[in-house]
Design a protein around this ligand. Structure first.
Ligand SMILES: NCCC[C@H](NC(=O)CCC(=O)O)C(=O)O
Length: 449
């Protein structure tokens, strides 16, 4: 690589920095890992270190890497709104006494999974040539729905210039318009500067075919939300595809489509059970991309739906490195599973991927969040990139600072009983206060004013 290369449009990964109150509370609807680890002790320091190490790996591959800071927890405003009163310590203590579930809701570090923060459309796809953001309403669960307002605020701070960026309100919060953001949204393109085709995947259709929906778990993403976002983001209808999730997959633990499918440039890598009608999805994608798309479907007999969910194979990230290699960044669990590991060997041999790199994200994985859940992809032209708040981009210096910051502020372990500890609240606010300074965002949270 020479440094005379002209600046190009890039895809930046915005990973959620895992917060100091990371814990396991079994809060994720239809999320088997979250449920099976409920009330297990968590390791916030290890969690944050694992997430940061993943960001460092991606940056080393030549992928532009930035972060979104954690949201303030405890969410005292939420607890007060739920009727817990008194001073801060009393609010925490009464919540713990009367509803440990609501206390955990107000302590969740779930904003780490930034694939659910928003749906983002690059300027090349929008009629007004601006980047569009719609924060997700996450209406299915209270702990996640209470992320939306802060997410919207953070995105406006980080992408402030109205010449380049449009920030929409979240889709109205109603179960018929459930929206979980980019986890159910995939964009296909040749190079990042070229116009893309966007696929909106949904589990429920408010127009009344819910009899064919999942039986065991809730469908979190609605078709209506995707339609709203496609309109707001001013996408060309010929370049938008809607695809319905297979209800059997949702019932097997595929609570977001990114548990079963991942796209990058013109490649869609998915399980054959991902969609209700795979052949019509393929046909629609072929038509919209004018046959440019390559689809690699893994059959059930190679990897069962249950094994796909258990290993999070399809929650891998696919990236193009600075040497123009296509690399799959997969959870360690895929290396440990003989069948999945063998399949990945074949995919490398067959040149679907040049290489597979494995990352240890155990703390996030135990709550149902793999590599792809932890990142929000934002495609930016050089001018757009130059206008983004610079402090959120990883640099060698920031990495060292964050490592020290985590080690200084995060507890090694947390149990459900610790969640009401007023010292944990102080530690968490103190950590975030230093962090927002470190990344140049200043005082942005209520507790800082
Ligand atoms: N994209 C991955 C999201 C994982 C997330 N898990 C959670 O919220 C678990 C939280 C807990 O159980 O403490 C979810 O299910 O939405």
């Amino acid at each position: 690589m020479t440094n005379t290369t002209a600046p190009t449009t890039v895809e930046v990964n915005f990973d959620g920095l895992i917060g100091p109150t990371h814990n396991f509370a079994g809060l994720g609807p239809g999320n088997l890992a979250s449920w099976s680890h409920r009330r297990a002790p968590s390791n916030p320091r290890a969690a944050a270190r694992q997430g940061l190490a993943k960001m460092v790996r991606l940056r080393a591959l030549g992928v532009p890497q930035a972060l979104l800071p954690p949201q303030p927890r405890p969410n005292l405003a939420l607890l007060r709104r739920l009727g817990f009163s008194g001073d801060d310590a009393a609010v925490l203590a009464t919540a713990q006494k009367h509803s440990p579930h609501l206390l955990a809701t107000a302590m969740s570090s779930s904003s780490m999974w930034t694939a659910n923060a928003a749906t983002v459309c690059p300027s090349a796809d929008a009629a007004d040539r601006r980047v569009h953001f719609t924060p997700a309403n996450l209406v299915t669960s209270l702990h996640r729905a209470s992320e939306t307002d802060i997410t919207a605020m953070l995105l406006k701070r980080i992408f402030p210039d109205p010449r380049f960026f449009v920030h929409h309100d979240a889709v109205p919060s109603s179960t018929e318009m459930g929206d979980e953001g980019a986890a159910n949204h995939t964009r296909f393109c040749d190079t990042f500067d070229a116009p893309g085709v966007q696929m909106f995947v949904y589990g429920s259709d408010s127009r009344g075919d819910d009899a064919s929906g999942p039986k065991r778990f809730v469908a979190r993403q609605s078709k209506a939300a995707g339609e709203v976002i496609a309109r707001l983001h001013r996408l060309h209808p010929d370049r938008v595809v809607f695809a319905k999730q297979n209800p059997r997959a949702i019932d097997a633990g595929v609570f977001h489509n990114d548990v079963i499918a991942v796209g990058h440039r013109q490649l869609l890598f998915c399980h054959e059970q991902a969609f209700e009608q795979p052949s019509s999805v393929i046909e629609d994608l072929r038509r919209a991309t004018q046959d440019a798309i390559r689809i690699v479907q893994v059959p059930e007999e190679r990897v069962s739906l249950d094994d796909a969910v258990a290993t999070y194979l399809f929650n891998s990230q696919i990236v193009t490195t600075e040497n123009d290699e296509t690399v799959l960044v997969a959870p360690e669990d895929c290396r440990r599973h003989a069948g999945v590991h063998a399949l990945l060997g074949e995919l490398v041999e067959g040149k679907t991927f040049d290489r597979v790199e494995y990352v240890d994200l155990k703390q996030s994985m135990d709550n149902g969040g793999g590599p792809a859940c932890l990142r929000l992809r934002v495609v930016l032209t050089p001018d757009e990139l130059a206008s983004v708040a610079a402090g959120v981009f990883l640099t060698d210096q920031l990495v060292t600072q964050l490592e020290h910051w985590i080690d200084r502020h995060y507890r090694e372990s947390l149990t459900a009983a610790d969640l009401a500890d007023p010292d944990l609240m102080k530690e968490s606010y103190q950590a975030l206060d230093e962090l927002t300074d470190l990344i140049g965002l200043g005082a942005i949270y209520d507790f800082q004013t």
